[in-house]
Write a protein that binds this ligand. Structure first.
Ligand SMILES: [Zn+2]
Ligand SMILES: [Zn+2]
Length: 334
């Protein structure tokens, strides 16, 4: 039997939550906001069989533990915090129970509504990124398979409304647009509680990828978005898309910023002599396996790009870059 949790905001709105296993090793938190008038579902898991089963079980757990008659078919609105498959992949499954309108930020809308097209473009840019990083053709092929896993079973669905910062939404929810981890990443404020989705997590520093792969991602955007939330007063409790509740979101933001600062300094240290992205990634993260290789390369790419954009790193092999159509850039401290 699943265990659900309940939080009550300063204005008496109720937020229910339970975990679902989206993929082996990845657990997502699902939230249901009850403002007394409407039931709002925030994120819906990956759409994999186990996640779908656990979504249904989670609703049953909320109903039994808190004695409210509630099921997926009672949902009035669906809010998607960002366009990552572990947060929206369950939409086609949820659609079997409810016609509730779906809302997402405009910069992630096409991921939900034009998924097949967008997956092809994203794969193209990831392929170019890996080539430029100095990853061997064989390894690239492996990584592309890993990248495309899970992107092929979701079927596009239309989006009915947009989550826009400063615009009124349902349930008294305030939207903050916090690009970086994802272009259309939002945080949702319900009175004194902030649903941080994947922008701020209690244990890990949320994953970063360079904006050379996807516009409006990248470390520069992300750090600015952390500052934005640091400036929102009165958050008593922060609830992430993964991991545990955070009682001191402001302190957590400082810890995450420090972690990125440390990593940027480490990259500069490594680049005393010219290094490819693949080399830097190995030095930062050691030898990792399968999906983690791709994550490590993207994380490294985000930090190197940030430093390169600011003139802290420069390309050491300009002549080669000029002549080759597909150069592997060697970065060195500027
Ligand atoms: Zn995410
Ligand atoms: Zn996530």
């Amino acid at each position: 039997m699943k265990t659900a949790q309940k939080f009550t905001t300063s204005a008496g709105r109720e937020i229910y939550t339970f975990p679902v296993q989206s993929f082996p090793g990845l657990v997502n938190n699902i939230y249901i906001i009850n403002d007394g008038d409407q039931l709002i579902l925030v994120d819906c898991g990956s759409g994999f069989a186990q996640a779908n089963d656990e979504l249904v079980e989670g609703f049953t757990a909320v109903a039994e533990q808190f004695h409210i008659p509630i099921s997926l078919s009672d949902i009035d609105r669906i809010l998607i915090t960002h366009g990552h498959i572990d947060h929206f992949g369950g939409l086609p499954f949820v659609r079997q129970f409810t016609d509730a309108p779906i809302g997402v930020h405009i910069l992630d809308r096409r991921v939900l509504s034009n998924h097949e097209e967008r997956a092809i473009f994203a794969a193209l840019r990831v392929g170019l990124f890996l080539e430029g990083a100095g990853v061997s053709p064989k390894k690239r092929q492996e990584l592309m398979q890993v990248y495309l896993f899970g992107k092929q079973y979701y079927q596009s669905l239309p989006v009915q409304f947009l989550l826009e910062e400063g615009q009124p939404t349902v349930g008294g929810i305030q939207v903050y647009h916090v690009p970086g981890h994802c272009p259309g990443q939002v945080c949702l404020q319900v009175d004194d509680v902030l649903l941080t989705a994947d922008h701020i997590l209690s244990r890990i520093t949320p994953h970063q990828a360079p904006e050379s792969i996807t516009n409006n991602m990248g470390l520069g955007h992300y750090l600015a978005s952390l500052d934005k939330i640091a400036g929102v007063a009165g958050i008593r409790l922060a609830l992430g898309g993964h991991e545990e509740p955070m009682e001191d979101v402001y302190g957590r933001i400082q810890v995450i910023k420090q972690a990125h600062d440390d990593r940027l300094n480490k990259v500069l240290e490594i680049c005393q002599s010219p290094q490819s992205l693949a080399d830097i990634s190995k030095r930062l993260f050691g030898s990792v396996k399968s999906y983690h290789v791709l994550l490590a390369l993207e994380e490294t790419g985000a930090h190197v790009e940030y430093l390169y954009q600011r003139g802290e790193l420069v390309a050491a092999n300009l002549a080669e870059i000029e002549q080759s159509g597909h150069p592997v850039v060697q970065f060195v401290k500027g």
